[in-house]
Write a protein that binds this ligand. Structure first.
Ligand code: 3HC
Ligand code: NAI
Length: 690
């Protein structure tokens, strides 16, 4: 019937199969034949029931996101669903894989939904800064109740087939060949006879809605939205489903959707959706990959332990190597505790814990790493120690094994040069806690072989990481830009801002926390040791460390922490210390506003990003955004620093950088040439090739 839609008959049951790889998105070239097919089947008296199914790996995974922001071509999804609801004979959605967003909304237009046991169903639009715009907010609550619909729509998290069945979203769950089951199901339903009630006319989910409880839940979710508009709009739309007649609620949903789809926040989140997928692409996508069976991890400290867990959770057996039995046992005990916490929180079963623990093998002997296909080093941040480790690895690792370092700052070309196989050496820069944080900076060294790189990019996806390939420089993309962001923090304090004011400016911007709270959380001693090693100082932070104020771990840092809490309380002692230091330096305190805090911290961040792009350390501006959103908490509603620079205006950023450069003479404020080209062309990429 079309390249994207097939029509089959099994007796009196018609099967419409959408075939739009890779995820059967509801593009215009699907909607148009789908509408025609459904109208034809509605009017065909030889058809007793209609099944909507999908070819390939999944049911419809949503509207076609690439069409957003362009004029809508009719029929849109709403028109198709409205048409479906005029059909008197039974309509059945046959769901396998994922029925997401517009996919689930299409299924909600059917009288019945049947699912494969492994299917997942959800409305993830909120993750794109949107709400379900095809009637999902109005129909889902009619089946599963307002509070469950609210949770599903505001979280965007899909539910499994069994849960969907229990909640009333799905009418039957089958294992095995779904088509056979669904055809039998449809025929049986048709035989029993109607009338068949469309979801719009059902209300079993709404009957008992306790609006006070709903509003309490919605208020709680709104608090967690941290400045994002979409979760609030989602909650409003679901509330409308309870309080307004169907058509009014549907119209209100449409109006909210139209507002969101045109918003900067949704543009930012859609940018991130594609940016994450782009980041994982390497030139020459057919590069062969090496086989990775067992993974070795050297060092069972903070990072090594987390990295080992990340691989074990991804299904890889891990050999963990330490310098002594004592350090090894300490590391393994921490891993054990980590899993025990997951069990106590209910996120892991006891059985799964045992299976995961069985993946680990501890050792203090390098000879035990000879069967590893990838070895990740996470020992102390010291070039001499790293070189020694890589020298040993060079002697024992099997030919072709990939040798990776988790260094935060060190020169990976130099580490690679300490082996006779630099083509097998690269960086795998995990973020702490390594088993939780999504970001993985994959550092390509000068001599890294393409197949080694392709292998770890693929591996990253297998262990649930968001990978970004970066080049070698001090701090790579993330930590190098972090240093630029932090460069003015101390100056702002000395000039009159308090840690609380600075952190507040960050949280008002949408960050989960500001730089001082983050420093207290990570431990101020880490930066202190780093500065000492590099012959650098920081007036305030060094003094705090000399006083034993390392942050949360000592109960005191830039803030005070009551025993057993993580709530930062401003400390008059720290504020006095800052004033004394300022007086010593002859700096008179003044009032500093949030706008100045943002421009002196985030404009240099963008500027450093531009330099990184110029130097080819990152391949695309969007890769930098992926690093900052997934590794450092840059607000998703602003799309990452490079996307945000476009919203803010590169011209304005340059003007203010130049102003601060003139006032302070500091290099971080000197606008990068690429930033200037961005201001002229409006695009980082155009700038890069100009
Ligand atoms: N529209 C357009 N392209 C899409 C898409 C969509 N809805 N969903 C996925 N794609 C593309 C991806 O960009 C990627 O393209 P590429 O190969 O060129 O990079 C390709 O499909 C494969 O995607 P993934 O790499 O993500 O494949 P996975 O197998 O890892 O994941 C998935 C599959 C779970 C379906 C995941 O792609 C996903 O979550 N997709 C988005 C689902 C979504 O957000 N749906 C709601 C859309 S908004 C909507 O429906 C509005 C409506 O209410 C009106
Ligand atoms: P850590 O001090 O917690 O752990 C290091 C471990 O390595 C110790 O258990 C030590 O016994 C072991 N070790 C030292 N030399 C060894 C050797 N020759 N062979 C085997 N084991 C050895 O340090 P952490 O924080 O885990 O850092 C490790 C690496 O990860 C460093 O390069 C660091 O820069 C990097 N990193 C750290 C992050 C963090 O937030 N802590 C984040 C990202 C990277």
């Amino acid at each position: 019937m079309s390249d994207f839609l097939k029509l089959n008959r099994d007796g009196d049951v018609a099967i419409v199969t959408i075939d739009n790889p890779p995820v059967n998105a509801l593009s215009f070239h699907v909607r148009e034949p789908l509408m025609k097919a459904l109208v034809g089947l509605r009017d065909d008296s030889s058809v007793a029931a209609i099944v909507i199914a999908c070819a390939g790996r999944t049911f419809v995974a949503g509207a076609d996101i690439t069409e957003f922001g362009k004029p809508v071509q009719q029929p849109d999804l709403r028109a198709i669903v409205a048409m479906l609801e005029t059909i008197a004979k039974p309509t059945v959605a046959a769901i396998h894989g994922t029925a997401l967003g517009g996919g689930l909304e299409l299924a909600l237009g059917c009288h019945f939904r049947v699912a494969d046991a492994g299917a997942k169903l959800g409305l993830p639009e909120v993750k794109l800064g949107l709400l379900p715009g095809g009637g999902g907010t109005v129909r889902l609550p009619r089946l599963v109740g307002a509070v469950k619909a609210l949770k599903m729509i505001v979280s965007g998290a899909p539910i499994g087939a069994a849960e969907a069945h229990a909640a009333g979203l799905v009418d039957a769950v089958f294992e095995g060949d779904l088509t056979t089951h669904v055809v039998n199901f449809a025929r049986e339903i048709a035989r029993k006879g109607g009338p068949f009630t469309p979801v719009r006319d059902r209300d079993e989910g709404l009957g008992e809605t306790d609006l006070a409880a709903f509003d309490a839940e919605a208020a709680d979710l709104a608090r967690k939205a941290r400045g994002l508009e979409a979760p609030i709009a989602c909650a409003q739309a679901v509330r409308n489903a309870v309080t307004l007649p169907f058509d009014e609620a549907l119209a209100a949903e449409r109006a909210l959707f139209a507002g969101l789809v045109a918003s900067d926040q949704s543009r930012a989140q859609r940018h991130l959706f594609f940016a994450e997928r782009e980041a994982a692409k390497l030139p020459g996508k057919d590069t062969p990959k090496r086989r990775i069976g067992r993974v070795g991890v050297i060092g069972a400290g903070t990072m090594g332990g987390g990295i080992a867990i990340a691989f074990a959770n991804g299904g890889y057996p891990v050999t963990l190597l330490e310098t002594s039995q004592e350090a090894l046992q300490r590391g393994l005990a921490t891993i054990d505790r980590n899993y025990a916490v997951s069990v106590s929180r209910g996120s892991l079963t006891e059985d799964a814990r045992r299976q995961r623990l069985a993946q680990f093998k501890g050792s203090t002997d390098y000879a035990d790493l000879t069967d590893c296909d990838l070895i990740v080093e996470a020992v102390f941040e010291d070039m001499a120690v790293k070189k020694e480790v890589f020298g040993k690895l060079d002697a024992i690792a099997r030919p072709g094994a990939i040798l990776a370092t988790n260094t935060s700052y060190l020169d990976i070309n130099e580490i690679a040069a300490s082996t006779l196989r630099p083509q097998d050496v690269l960086g795998l820069h995990f973020f702490s806690p390594a088993n939780v944080m999504k970001l993985l900076e994959i550092v390509r060294a000068e001599k890294t072989a393409p197949d080694a790189l392709a292998t770890v990019v693929d591996l990253a996806r297998r262990i649930g990481k968001v990978a970004v390939v970066v080049g070698v420089c001090h701090g790579f993309v993330g930590n190098r830009m972090l240093a630029a962001r932090g460069a003015e923090s101390e100056a702002l304090l000395l000039e009159g801002a308090t840690p609380r004011q600075i952190d507040q400016a960050f949280t008002d911007f949408g960050w989960p926390m500001g730089p001082f709270q983050m420093g207290d959380l990570a431990g101020l001693d880490i930066g202190w040791r780093n500065r000492k090693a590099r012959g650098q100082t920081a007036d305030i932070a060094d003094t705090l460390c000399e006083l034993g104020r390392f942050g949360q771990k000592t109960g005191r840092g830039f803030y005070l922490y009551e025993a057993g809490t993580r709530t930062p309380v401003p400390d008059p002692e720290v504020e006095a210390l800052i004033r004394d230091k300022a007086a010593e330096k002859g700096i008179a305190p003044r009032t500093i506003g949030a706008a100045e805090i943002i421009e002196r911290t985030l404009y240099p961040l963008v500027n450093e990003g531009a330099k990184i792009l110029e130097e080819g350390i990152a391949a695309r501006a969007s890769d930098i955004d992926v690093v900052w959103v997934n590794g450092y908490g840059f607000p998703i509603g602003k799309g990452g620093p490079m996307f945000w620079a476009g919203l803010e205006g590169a011209g304005k950023i340059i003007e203010r950088l130049e102003y601060w450069h003139q006032r302070t003479g500091k290099d971080v404020f000197k606008p990068a040439p690429l930033l200037k080209r961005m201001a002229e062309t409006g695009s980082w990429e155009a700038g890069a090739t100009a």
